[in-house]
Design a binder for this molecule. Structure first.
Ligand code: UT7
Length: 333
């Protein structure tokens, strides 16, 4: 039986920095409101049409493959997680395979929004533990900026989201360390509380032609912010304890907790509830905003590159988002 270890990490964010001050020129908002309610000071928004979700994922993947110190043709499976794919179909995994110019390995797309990276590493973990694959490339990449409603009407959503990509190479190992467990959940009765409804099969091209949604509000992301927030804090805590209990660990055993970067207030609330010190929690939402499926791999890479994770550490990853979906992963580094 193999264990799955994170052998390489990498991330890529677009160069274009958009500050809260920049947003005040587009909508009725303020730096004070955004910092106080979300912790976000700036985010990256793509300003180059050639930069697609799959291309940003490719840049992050190249760094992760280099960090893993393997040849790209040793990758034997791709899992691509995004809510903002290049195309309606095909998925972005095949585009990544094409961009990387690697052999014809399987490519799977995961549609689990903010929880996408946790779902993706859970799938990778099972394939590796079963012996089916040895090196799996897991990518989370998002371009939100083009689809946001950058006006006063859309301000509660558009100030939050940022663009970016993160990647991990997950490899088979005979050692003790690796992904100890993953825990996945969903509650579809709240599917429309955080969603982009159109266009899709409930709203095909023929219907769009006759759409009387003149102000186009149905085409932008909708979020019932307070409701999502209240569910998030409960589910985060539950799923972190689920992971700890599974390995008979206590919250004191956590070396580093990285939650999906949804809102700094959510992360701080969890930290307080679990009585964790600042050094046990890593946040970077201040710089990048909420990058959904990319947020955990970006944060994990930054924490790792800053030497905040060392061998033997217990690292807990947890996410919550649209669906609702949520999940956690407990890793012995
Ligand atoms: O990533 C997946 C999971 N997502 C989350 O977990 C996000 C969860 N939700 C949140 O993070 C928060 O609900 C938001 C940051 C989205 C909103 O913060 P809030 O504290 O829940 O604010 P609110 O929506 O209750 O709005 C409070 C006030 C309203 O004004 P009134 O009605 O009190 O006069 C809003 O119109 O703030 C106003 N407001 C803004 N003002 C300035 C909303 N957005 C803005 C804005 N700038 N950008």
């Amino acid at each position: 039986m193999f264990n799955s270890v994170i052998k390489g990490l990498g991330y890529y964010v677009p160069e274009n920095v958009v500050t809260n001050e920049d947003l005040t020129k587009m909508m009725d908002t303020s730096d004070e409101w955004i910092v106080e309610r979300t912790g976000i000071r700036e985010r990256r928004w793509v300003n180059d049409d050639k930069l697609t979700t799959s291309l940003m994922g490719t840049y992050a993947a190249e760094k992760a493959i280099k960090d893993a110190n393997i040849d790209k043709n040793e990758i034997d499976f791709i899992i691509f997680s995004t809510l903002s794919p290049d195309y309606y179909f095909p998925g972005s995994g095949v585009l990544l395979q094409r961009n990387l110019e690697i052999k014809e390995v399987g490519a799977l797309d995961v549609r689990n929004q903010c929880s996408g990276f946790i779902y993706a590493i859970s799938i990778a973990d099972q394939y590796i533990k079963s012996g089916m694959y040895k090196n799996i490339l897991v990518v989370g990449s998002e371009i939100h900026s083009g689809g946001l409603e950058k006006t006063s009407r859309g301000r509660s959503v558009s100030v939050i989201f940022g663009d970016g990509a993160g990647a991990a190479v997950i490899s088979a190992s005979k050692g003790e360390s690796g992904i100890l467990s993953t825990h996945l959940h969903s509650e579809g009765k709240f599917a429309e509380e955080l969603a982009v409804i159109k266009p899709a099969t409930t709203f095909w091209v023929d219907k769009i032609k006759n759409d009387d949604d003149e102000d186009g509000s149905g085409y932008y992301p909708y979020m019932n912010g307070n409701f999502v927030f209240k569910n998030a804090v409960v589910r985060f805590e539950q799923v972190i304890f689920e992971a700890l209990n599974h390995s008979n660990l206590k919250k004191e055993d956590i070396s580093l907790l990285i939650t999906h970067q949804a809102n700094l207030r959510i992360s701080q609330y969890i930290q307080k509830r679990l009585k964790l010190s600042d050094s046990q929690v890593y946040n970077n939402i201040m710089k990048y905003g909420n990058t959904t499926a990319a947020s955990i791999p970006i944060a994990l890479t930054e924490a790792y590159n800053s030497n905040l994770i060392k061998k033997g550490d217990i690292v807990v990853l947890a996410a919550f988002g649209s669906g609702f979906t949520w999940g956690s992963a407990l890793i012995k580094w």
